[in-house]
Ligand binder design. Structure first.
Ligand SMILES: N[C@H](CCC[C@H](N)C(=O)O)C(=O)O
Length: 287
């Protein structure tokens, strides 16, 4: 089966995008993993499939699959890539663009300077909806947030960290670190991602506070490992920092692959994220 694809990235978080409107995309978990493989396949953190939808006033939906082949609810950088894709390939002339995702309908704005602004909706803090199992844990009120102790242990790690938990449609556990370059992303990331207190696993954020309007962020993503940027992770970190009284909106999030701007005016308000979305090349793969 020959499939046309487009390679894209948003601040270095990279995607393989398939147009499911003009070709039938039915892939197995093994095929998703092959496509995402950086040596044997094309290479990507996530795979996006753009499809038509019948919902009133909505033309498209996109589905997101992590490099491990699992389908997930939301992808902030992927949302921007979707907007760039349907605009540049003249699949729509709308701006803003409303699109259906597993996490719900979101709205995307193509800015004059080529960046894309996404209304990511409202953050979710209810543990049952993250989901996060705090049973038996004693949380510490921190500003408007509560941080939770998470005990990490394996043959090489045995330590307790304090996390904020928040969902942007997908689950995030965010901790503050003193120095992002020395953060134990590789050692702690997998332990947090697969921690038993996150029944659906979790994206693990490590943020260094630069000042009240700027952070440096690294994210060990669920199903993909450390990525150069994580859009929902940037939203989650900014929201957690604002709730903890460490940050004020807007927040500049400096990821290793680029910069994302996050704005959130507090409870009841949507999170707005602005950042780049780039088409790298088009190709065809024989699966
Ligand atoms: N790994 C994430 C999905 C991709 C999110 C990230 N690439 C973004 O830009 O938000 C998860 O399993 O929830």
């Amino acid at each position: 089966m020959k499939l046309k694809f487009t390679k894209m990235h948003g601040a270095g978080n990279d995607f393989v995008v398939f147009n499911g409107c003009d070709q039938d995309i039915n892939l197995t978990t093994a095929q998703f993993r092959f496509i995402a493989d950086r040596r044997f396949g094309i290479g990507a953190d996530q795979i996006l499939i753009v499809e038509k939808t019948e919902k009133a006033g909505i033309d498209f939906r996109y589905r997101i699959f992590n490099a491990d082949g699992g389908e997930v609810e939301q992808c902030g950088n992927g949302a921007r890539a979707f907007a760039r894709y349907v605009t540049d390939f003249k699949m729509t002339s709308h701006n803003p663009i409303r699109v259906e995702t597993k996490a719900g309908i979101i709205e995307l704005f193509i800015e004059n300077n080529g960046t894309v602004t996404v209304n990511m909706g409202k953050p979710e803090f209810a543990h049952a909806r993250i989901p996060f199992d705090a049973n038996g844990l004693k949380g510490t009120p921190t500003g408007d947030d509560t941080v939770w102790p998470l005990f990490l242990d394996n043959e090489s790690v045995s330590q307790e960290i304090d996390i904020s938990v928040v969902s942007m449609g997908n689950p995030h556990a965010v901790q503050v670190v003193r120095n992002i370059d020395e953060a134990p992303v590789a050692s702690q990331g997998p332990l947090i991602e697969n921690h038993k207190r996150f029944p659906n696993r979790v994206n693990a954020g490590f943020m260094e506070i630069e000042n009240r309007h700027s952070i440096r962020l690294r994210v060990f993503e669920r199903g993909a490992g450390e990525t150069l940027a994580c859009g929902t992770g940037a939203c989650a970190a900014a929201v957690a920092g604002i709730r903890r009284g460490l940050l004020d909106s807007p927040v500049t999030v400096k990821a290793r692959g680029g910069i994302l701007e996050i704005a959130w005016n507090g409870y009841g308000h949507d999170v707005m994220m602005t950042g780049p979305a780039v088409i790298v090349f088009n190709g065809e793969i024989d699966l």
